[in-house]
Structures are given as C-alpha cells and as structure tokens.
Design a protein around this ligand. Structure first.
Ligand SMILES: NC(=O)c1ccc[n+]([C@@H]2O[C@H](COP(=O)([O-])OP(=O)(O)OC[C@H]3O[C@@H](n4cnc5c(N)ncnc54)[C@H](OP(=O)(O)O)[C@@H]3O)[C@@H](O)[C@H]2O)c1
Length: 181
C-alpha cells in the first residue's frame, strides 16, 4: 500500500475544497509517524477501536502530542457483529459502576471514552438506545471508578486477521498494527 501517494492525493482533495478535513483510520503510532514525516497537511483524525476493554493508551498519548483527534469506533464492543462480542456490555466492573450510578454499562463505557477527550461513534438502530447513548453529558465518573476501569484486562476485538493475505499489502496482523497489539 502506497500510503504516501494516497495521502498526497487526499491533501490535493482538501486544497481543492472537495473536503474540509482529511484523516485516517486504524493507524498505529508507527503509521502515523510515517505519514507525519511526509505530510504537508497532518491527519485531522484517527478513527480506531476504543472502549474500556481496549483503551489505546499509547495511541491516545501519541495523538494528543501530535494534535490528531482520536475517535472511537466499536465503543460498546460491537456486540452482534462478526468481530465483536458482549464483553463490554457484560463487563462486571462496568455493570457494578452502572448500577451504583443508575446508568447502563453502555452509558458508563461511552462516558468513560468521552472523559478521555476522545470522539465516540456509537451505532444503534433502536430509538430508545439512541436516546440512552446521548444521556452521558450531565454526570461523571469519579476517581475510584476511573481507576477500576483503568485496570480492566485489555484485548482488541478487531484483530485484523480478516484483512491479511499473502497477496495483499498486509501479510500478517503485525503488518497492520505494527506490534501495537
Ligand atoms: N473505521 C473502522 O475500521 C470501523 C470498524 C468498525 C466499526 N466502525 C464504525 O463504528 C461505528 C460503531 O461501531 P460498531 O457498530 O462496530 O459497534 P458499537 O457501536 O460498539 O456496537 C453496536 C452494537 O451495540 C448495540 N447497542 C447500541 N447502543 C446500545 C445500548 N445503549 N445498550 C445496548 N446495546 C447497544 C447495537 O444494537 P442496536 O442497533 O440494536 O441498538 C449494536 O448491536 C459504526 O458506525 C461502524 O461503521 C468503523
């Protein structure tokens, strides 16, 4: 994959006012470093998997230091998809915090992401759950709750295996995530 040429073409789109901003998705710190080295316009955003079970601490720090806004996809763990599971919504720690606050585990997860200064891209086809997912702005998590979430065991849902091929740009998952597993 010739990322540099693709990025140059995306910069041209912005210069031509075809888009307001340009960004990337699923980029590791290494891929961001490579793009920043050649970019005239740095990526405005990097959209990656993030939720309490995959907190992206290193990437968050890197993006903050480089002025790249991070947005979180699969913020509830993508339950119901082929790659996701109920491990966020059924997480005992999140459920306990939710119970104590009169919220749902989904709201605790979304609020935690929001408190990290990260954008949230949550998906629901259900009107009630859409409302629930918007109800995260008038309360906050306390220090003890944040500490418990911070200590949750980490693993990603999107492993990337489905995107590897010996004929393609990513032969292994290592090629996709650059060791940031
Ligand atoms: N850039 C990328 O590589 C990438 C990869 C994956 C996903 N994405 C994008 O990220 C967005 C969201 O991620 P996602 O769909 O993977 O996962 P998600 O938002 O974590 O989870 C969606 C699932 O959670 C359910 N849900 C939503 N709100 C809920 C609530 N309050 N309580 C309980 N269940 C709830 C939804 O069901 P209902 O619809 O029935 O409510 C759906 O099954 C999507 O728009 C997707 O396109 C981007």
């Amino acid at each position: 994959m010739d990322f540099n040429s693709v990025w140059a073409a995306m910069e041209e789109c912005q210069r031509l006012n075809l888009t307001k901003s340009i960004g990337v998705s699923n980029f590791s710190c290494k891929k961001l470093t490579d793009i920043l080295a050649i970019a005239n316009i740095p990526p405005a955003v990097n959209q990656v998997e993030m939720n309490p079970m995959w907190q992206q601490k290193k990437l968050r720090e890197f993006c903050r230091a480089n002025g790249i806004f991070l947005t979180a996809y699969s913020p509830l763990g993508a339950n119901g998809t082929f790659w996701g599971s109920d491990r966020v919504l059924e997480c005992e720690v999140l459920k306990e915090i939710a119970k104590a606050k009169g919220k749902t585990a989904a709201q605790v997860s979304l609020r935690w992401i929001y408190e990290q200064g990260v954008g949230v891209i949550v998906k629901s086809f259900n009107g009630e759950r859409m409302k629930q997912n918007l109800g995260i702005f008038d309360w906050s998590l306390d220090e003890d709750e944040l500490k418990k979430i911070d200590e949750l065991p980490q693993s990603r849902a999107v492993t990337g295996v489905a995107y590897t091929s010996k004929y393609g740009p990513f032969r292994t998952v290592e090629d996709i995530w650059d060791g940031e597993m």
